[in-house]
Design a protein around this ligand. Structure first.
Ligand SMILES: [Zn+2]
Length: 69
């Protein structure tokens, strides 16, 4: 015999929300601020992609990085 609860499986209706969770936060290694990867300033350093909150931070970091041997 089948055991039926009488409960219908409802489709979860799509909610339109702003998708905050889909935004990746990346850390600016220069000042430690977390910025969304989408709007971050990118720089490739030694094969690694780094993200910065501003051009200023990027430039500072790159300048600092260059001084290292
Ligand atoms: Zn910064």
């Amino acid at each position: 015999m089948l055991f039926l609860t009488g409960e219908e499986k409802r489709r979860s209706f799509p909610e339109r929300r702003s998708e905050i969770g889909s935004e990746d936060l990346v850390k600016d290694p220069q000042c430690g601020t977390y910025v969304p990867a989408r709007s971050a300033f990118k720089a490739d350093v030694k094969g690694k992609t780094l993200y910065f909150c501003s051009e200023k931070c990027r430039d500072s970091y790159l300048a600092k990085n260059k001084n290292e041997t």
